[in-house]
Write a protein that binds this ligand. Structure first.
Ligand code: GLN
Length: 535
């Protein structure tokens, strides 16, 4: 097994995750089998309990692990299937060490950062090595070199490299070259200092990736190489991409990072074949059509909160030869100004997932607007739940219909907790999580879009369509087009007398990728194009 460790220096938000994923893309296209993982030094056991405003989207894996959004990049950029082993946090490390201590596993020893905590981190690396059928494991270390909380992870990596042989390991350090406008210069000092910090721990990076706004000159390259003790060709420029993040692998390949890394690891492989990736990027950059889709949610202010949804639109746009312009609308603004004013001119509407009652009435108004005006609509998770509430209120006359998440006393709890959720008080990892199979009703829009009788999709929710209301809503015209294969829980609802109105309890956005656009997103984009051509 070969290992690549990606660390970050100078500042956070450098696109370390994208750099790691892009290196994965390139290596996969050299014919290597690659998997990726992330080590996050924070103390939460997983990001599932963090607010999206804090942490951005929680990305859900097939096995139900709630993980960092970078794992979404990994699955979109590389054909890897990740599990809960692929996201290790300090919270997990300490939880495990303390459990062992209480059990007496340490046989009377003093439990210490070194070796007990570092062993715990290395054990995860060995476990992933054992369980992954790949040639290379790329591990991204969250945070910035110099952070106190990341120190122990770096120490573990230093030890690990010694154990598996330094020639099997490539350390890549991603830094920033800030541009000082007044001086008209790019500054290399922060990079030098952050590499010095790494070397203090005993890690000499093999490759330095410099995030830059402008092209890096040969002089700058040589200077970084000299001060950081790496060869000049191993200093890679990582420019801000102009159009789409999917350009990142192409950009990094210009400086031949794949050659440098594979040579460093002693792998003799052909140059990457990027033809289909290039074609894909071409389709993203210059499509023939364009549409406007409103995403009406709660965590709109933060770019990262609905990351996978925005990415899914890029994939679906490319598949439909269309640029998807996203209008990010705060549901509370719909409550204040009305749907017509806020989303009157869009070609399609998406209501994403969410928690808590803020903005719920605005989302219900949004659904009503989409339903009555014939605007293509996709609801996801909470988006499906509000679609059901809207239908119950306005078509079935259940005026106070609601989810018991928002109104415990409603006389019509059309969305409610299942028995098995009722006793649960703890917040971490207690939702219905991960992949479940749904059976799709032939003759429905869902069946037409998927083109098959069953699908496996990822979930992250507590509340469900209340089965007690199924008959009444179906009799009033709501079509239930997919149900869970074991308990019959409602997975997808749709409206037959509407150009495109579909909503699902699961999260299709977690399984969309370049050249593998998700059928529900692709369907919405295609319906929005159709809608635009008529208006
Ligand atoms: N809050 C809702 C639930 O828990 C929806 C969750 C979501 O949209 N992810 O069921």
């Amino acid at each position: 097994m070969k290992y690549i460790f990606v660390t970050g220096g100078v500042v956070s938000s450098l696109g370390k995750g994208l750099a790691a994923a892009s290196i994965g893309t390139l290596l996969e296209r050299c014919g290597l089998k690659v998997t990726l993982q992330k080590f996050d030094p924070y103390l939460n056991v997983d990001p599932g309990t963090m607010s999206p405003f804090q942490h951005g989207e929680v990305y859900v894996l097939n096995d139900g692990a709630e993980t960092d959004l970078d794992l979404g990049h990994y699955e979109r950029f590389v054909h890897c299937s990740l599990s809960r082993l692929n996201n290790l946090t300090s919270g997990q490390v300490f939880e495990s060490v303390l459990r062992k201590e209480r059990r007496g596993d340490y046989l009377g020893k003093t439990v210490q950062y070194i070796p007990h905590v570092t062993d715990e981190i290395k054990n995860r690396l060995y476990e992933v090595t054992e369980k992954s059928d790949v040639d290379i494991i790329i591990t991204e270390i969250g945070g910035t070199v110099g952070d106190m909380e990341g120190h122990i992870f770096l120490e573990a990596l230093r030890q690990f490299a010694l154990e598996v042989g330094r020639d099997n390991v490539c350390f890549i350090h991603v830094t920033l070259l800030p541009y000082i406008k007044a001086a008209g210069e790019m500054k290399t000092k922060p990079t030098q200092q952050s590499v010095a910090k790494l070397r203090e721990i005993g890690i000499q990076p093999d490759v330095i990736i410099c995030r830059t706004e402008y092209d890096m000159s040969e002089d700058e390259r040589r200077k970084i190489a000299m001060f950081c003790n790496v060869e000049a060709k191993n200093v890679i420029a990582f420019r801000d991409v102009k159009n789409t993040i999917y350009e990142c692998p192409l950009d990094l390949s210009q400086d031949k990072i794949d050659r440098i890394v594979t040579r460093r690891l002693g792998l003799d492989v052909p140059a990457p074949n990027l033809a289909d990736w290039q074609r894909y990027v071409g389709r993203v950059i210059s499509p023939s059509h364009s549409i406007r889709i409103a995403v009406v949610g709660k965590y709109i202010a933060l770019q990262d909160a609905y990351k996978s949804i925005y990415e899914s639109f890029t994939h679906a746009g490319a598949e439909n030869d269309a640029r998807v312009e996203i209008l990010r609308i705060d549901a509370e603004e719909i409550e204040e100004k009305g749907a017509e004013a806020m989303i009157g001119s869009v070609d399609g509407i998406l209501v994403p997932g969410g928690f808590g009652d803020r903005g719920i009435e605005g989302k219900i108004q949004t659904v009503e607007y989409a339903r009555t005006k014939g605007i293509p609509f996709l609801g996801i998770c909470l988006g499906m739940q509000v679609a059901v509430i809207e239908y119950a209120r306005h078509i079935c006359g259940m005026d106070d219909a609601n989810s018991t998440e928002f109104d415990q006393k409603t006389t019509h709890p059309v969305i409610s907790l299942q028995e098995e959720q009722k006793g649960i008080k703890a917040m971490g990892a207690t939702m219905r999580l991960g992949a479940y199979k749904a059976l799709i009703q032939p003759g429905t829009l869902a069946h037409k879009l998927y083109g098959k009788d069953s699908v496996t999709e990822r979930h992250r929710h507590r509340y469900e369509f209340n089965p007690a209301y199924r008959d009444e809503l179906e009799n009033a015209g709501l079509v239930i087009s997919a149900v869970n294969d074991e308990h019959g829980l409602v997975e997808v609802v749709e409206l037959p007398d509407h150009p495109f109105f579909i909503a699902c309890q699961y999260h299709p956005e977690f399984q969309s990728a370049p050249n593998r656009a998700h059928p529900l997103f692709s369907g919405l984009v295609s319906a929005a194009l159709e809608h635009k051509s008529h208006s």
